[in-house]
Design a protein around this ligand. Structure first.
Ligand code: CDP
Length: 254
């Protein structure tokens, strides 16, 4: 949608004061739900997202089972109160599309051949939405899957870049998404450097596309480090090496 709003000033500053290559603030917490096998709470700018993983467990109904691999079933859902105009509860075309692209992205990294006839459910609940929720959702799902101990070749991560007022910038905010020229969400398996999701909304020239891709790729690498830090923070505090060493000290004989 075009508007008269100026999204970036003459000094390259955006509406929220960010520079072109700056991410919004991100906070990631692993293992926040007790009943899920793995979970993550993530804040990304104004987005608040919960991801919960259940499985792998026997796929039911039985006819859905694949004898060669696990089925990855990601379900992206926006709470009615997560957007400005109350959203009608339940799936709509947009959430079905996002669930599908996230499921396919996750299938690329999970070692699905190790779990034939099973299903891995990944629930992504958007509690507050402020643009970039599919990237936030995929990033949270990556942490939740790792928290569940599900074998993966990599922890998936995502980040978008886009174009506003003719400038290519990283990580669009709400007004930038609404009134900007293009949005390019990228999902990545960062360690093996493989693209697992790539979508585009709007128009970019080939040069702009390459620049946006580079920016989004860089964003993915930064967020990937935050994912690992969140997982380390959870698991480092669970096992204290000094305590283990003390426990296995032999008792001195008299
Ligand atoms: O969230 P993402 O950028 O991945 O997907 P989008 O379809 O480009 O949506 C952009 C933003 O529009 C969302 O993050 C929400 O903030 C907003 N939106 C909304 O206000 N109402 C909806 N029914 C859907 C999206």
């Amino acid at each position: 949608m075009k508007s008269d709003i100026k999204l970036i000033d003459g000094h390259g500053k955006r509406l929220d004061g960010r520079k072109a290559d700056e991410l919004r603030k991100i906070k990631i917490e692993a293992g926040v739900l007790h009943r899920a096998d793995g979970s993550c709470y993530l804040e990304w700018g104004g987005n608040k997202v919960l991801a919960a993983v259940y499985g792998p467990r026997e796929a039911i109904p039985k006819h859905t089972q694949n004898p060669l691999k696990a089925i990855v079933n990601a379900r992206y859902n926006m709470a009615s109160f997560s957007v400005e105009d109350r959203k009608r509860p339940g799936p709509d075309r947009r959430s079905v599309e996002i669930s599908k692209v996230i499921s396919e992205a996750l299938e690329r990294v999970i070692l699905i051949e190790q779990f034939p006839r099973t299903m891995i459910n990944v629930n992504i609940e958007v509690l507050d939405a402020e643009a970039g929720t599919r990237c936030a959702g995929l990033t949270a799902a990556g942490v939740a899957l790792a928290d569940a101990g599900i074998p993966m070749i990599d922890i998936p991560v995502a980040c978008a870049a886009g174009k506003i007022d003719g400038h290519v910038v990283l990580d669009l905010g709400q007004k930038e998404d609404n009134f900007g020229d293009a949005d390019l969400p990228l999902g990545l398996a960062p360690r093996i450097n493989e693209v697992i999701l790539l979508q585009m909304d709007g128009h970019l020239t080939m040069d702009e596309f390459n620049k946006a891709f580079e920016l989004a790729h860089h964003g993915c690498l930064v967020v990937s480090e935050m994912q690992k830090k969140a997982l380390l923070e959870k698991y480092e505090s669970v096992v204290q090496p000094e305590e283990v060493v003390q426990d296995v000290q032999p008792e001195e004989s008299e």
